[in-house]
Ligand binder design. Structure first.
Ligand code: UDP
Ligand code: MG
Length: 310
């Protein structure tokens, strides 16, 4: 029988965990299939661990991992994946912003053959205009710099097929953001739309600083397209400067007055800058290549193998 794993990172979630458990378990019971609830306590300093211990004692479907300190939500998700044994793994927040009903819809899509199912936020309640704006900026910048197609308004609420979980576990990099990793991975992907309510209790753990760190981990390790920027700029500047030089020489030969010394000076600076930018561009591309080697991702991901008997 198919087994499902639900992975829930929890950092100082004493106010939400029981509410989550009481709301989620009856919904997942409707699956009439075995499931496990894996909570990863990400170095909480409140009563999170006590509550999780109590839940695990009362229900053997509850598994708990406690981190030695706060390593962050992405590390907690990775740990949950490594501990999971289900054929489909669903990552969701502990604060009921990711609804268990939507998770059931994701399971339907997985049964239809999709290997990654994203939870796409139709509306986002309780989030400041600033957070929405910066999130929007993140998706746009990330797609431009990485060259990956990163779905908009999608967070970490997702369903992953076992194959995808294994592929993620085969990526040994430290700076990681599942949102960009899943775009890099490929597989058959779809999404389920949902209205994201406010947190059921407590408050967000994402400060501006943490959000910037997340954006850095998501964008820079994949920013190969961005690394071409200096080289492209250098070529543009170089071509423009050479065109100016040629124009000036022609004008001088024809005895037509133009910008004089200042124009020559500007064009020379443009040409020199383009040479410097060219070197910088090559160096950026080389750095991105070195990063890719150090990152040590697999060269390819096999989604399916077919053998045909003659
Ligand atoms: N979380 C975590 N470690 C952290 C920050 C957050 O495990 O360092 C968990 C948190 O307990 C929650 C989920 O990640 O289950 C999302 O966090 P939060 O709700 O604070 O983020 P938001 O929904 O406001 O973006
Ligand atoms: Mg939340």
């Amino acid at each position: 029988m198919v087994k499902y794993s639900i992975v829930v990172p929890a950092y100082n979630e004493e106010e939400t965990l029981e509410l989550f458990y009481n709301a989620a378990t009856p919904v997942f019971d409707r699956l009439n299939a075995p499931f496990e609830l894996i909570f990863v306590n990400d170095g909480s300093t409140d009563k999170t661990q006590e509550i999780l211990q109590r839940l695990a004692k009362a229900d053997n479907r509850v598994k708990v991992c406690r981190f030695s300190r706060n390593f962050g939500q992405q590390a907690a998700l990775l740990c949950g994946f490594a501990e999971s044994s289900g054929e489909a793994v669903i990552a969701m927040d502990a604060d009921l912003q990711d609804s268990p009903e939507t998770a059931l819809k994701m399971i339907e899509e997985w049964q239809n053959g999709y290997e990654i199912v994203h939870g796409k936020r139709r509306t986002r309640q309780g989030e400041s205009a600033f957070k929405k704006r910066t999130a929007d900026l993140f998706y746009k910048t990330a797609s431009k710099l990485t060259g990956l197609s990163i779905p908009q308004n999608v967070g970490d609420f997702k369903l992953y097929d076992r194959k995808v979980v294994n592929a993620i576990l085969s990526m040994p990099e430290h700076d990681r953001l599942l949102r960009t990793q899943t775009s890099w991975l490929g597989f058959k992907q779809t999404y389920v739309e949902f209205d994201r309510p406010e947190r059921v209790a407590g408050k967000t753990h994402y400060t501006l600083k943490k959000m910037c760190k997340l954006a850095q981990s998501g964008i820079l390790p994949n920013a190969e397209t961005g690394s071409w920027f200096s080289l492209k700029a250098s070529l543009l500047l170089g071509v423009a400067s050479v065109a100016c030089f040629i124009t000036f020489i022609v004008l001088a030969c024809l005895g037509i007055a133009f910008g004089g010394l200042t124009a020559w000076l500007f064009t020379t600076v443009g040409l020199c800058s383009s040479v410097i930018l060219f070197g910088q561009g090559l160096s950026n591309i080389k750095t991105a290549m070195i990063y890719r080697e150090v990152q040590n991702r697999p060269n390819y991901i096999v989604a399916e193998k077919l053998t045909f008997d003659k």
